[in-house]
Design a protein around this ligand. Sequence first.
Ligand code: ARG
Length: 459
Amino acid sequence: APSKLWGGRFSGATDPLMEKFNESIHFDRRMFKADIVGSQAYVKALCKQSILTSDEAATLHQGLDQVRQEWEQDRFEIKSGDEDIHTANERRLGELVGAVAGKLHTGRSRNDQVATDMRLWLRDAARELVTFTRDLVRVTMERAAAEVDIIMPGYTHLQRAQPIRWSHFLLSYAWVWQQDTERLEQLIERFNLLPLGSGALAGNPFCVDRELLASELGFRGVIQNSLVAVSDRDFVSEFLFWASLTMVHVSRFAEDLIIYSSSEFGYVTLADAYSTGSSLMPQKKNPDSLELLRGKAGRVFGQMSGFLMTVKGLPSTYNKDLQEDKEPMFDAYDTLHGSLQILTRVIATLTVYPERTKASLSPDMLATDLAEYLVRKGVPFRETHHISGAAVRMAEERKTTLADLTLTDLQSLHPAFAADVAAVFNYERSIDNRASIGGTSRQAVLAQIDSLKQWLGAE
Ligand code: ARG
């Protein structure tokens, strides 16, 4: 197979089935731009070492531009034998500029090349995802700001716990997505290092200026060991973990809204644009967008665990198993790319029903406030907890609510109860009592909105 880049030592042909099994062009073509840009930087570095004359360098640079345009204009013709994006681009470059193309790969290996391409590709992809998570934070925060005063039950164990603001609930996710954004930005910083100039594994014999390569390609530094440069895929693992964790958050929020949109709750309905109907039951309006978001979380976790299994037993350094790194990375990116945008739109277009959320509050949710009332009268909290619990039991036995117990009833449980206890049975008051930083009071919620606004503005 003399046409192959590596064909020199071979006399036998590749089994066509093996050819198909081995190729990665059908997915790694997505990195065409990174591959071209990486090669153009390498041309510059080779020229600096006088491996290329400046004329040759200019020819190669322009030729690579042409190859890039063919990809961009969807004119690039993949030929049989184009094993991957690296061989395809080099083959095409040779057709366009002739024998000088054969100098491009001097001292380079597809091992340092592919590691470089992937980091470049993921850097762009991750920066784009950062804009989506930021949009998600902004839209969620704006919704919270517009609906600050809607109140609802807060839950633990999915049991009604204490009254909270709807905005406080929304902001809890805005904060989580703010963390996801920062986490991804930090991840980009960590992996934004240059592998190129490491050769197949042992380093570059032509002393290419790796600092130059790094600055040409926008890397913040150079990977300091050639063996790790060609074999390290921790950036893929970290990205897959980031994607998985972000989908955990997306999925939990989706689950909350799925519950809240059921008729039994009736707190929200999704816009028609993000719901679908049933082919059989005419009345149905199903939250398919949310269910898909929840379902796709599983898909991303699968990519992460699959990839970790791919790398866990590999001997140093490059092994072809690593070709299995790209599809999980692309798939996680594609999934997040869709999910984050859909979720942002679902949140922006949802309808919330403040009467329903408020009507779902019940006086028992103020049992803690009743205990706190006695605390303010000087009774130790542990005692007040029991007293309030006894009040809940009394109300239950009398088939009434906590709010309907008389002052005499309450005083039979503790003498510190006075007429001002009536003020306890007010949901807004309960909410606005929780005024420490991070609480659900109006003022504390407005402070959260302020700091998220600052964060969004500062970035
Ligand atoms: N297509 C290969 C990959 O994705 C490129 C590197 C091939 N290197 C090698 N020594 N066979 O990993």
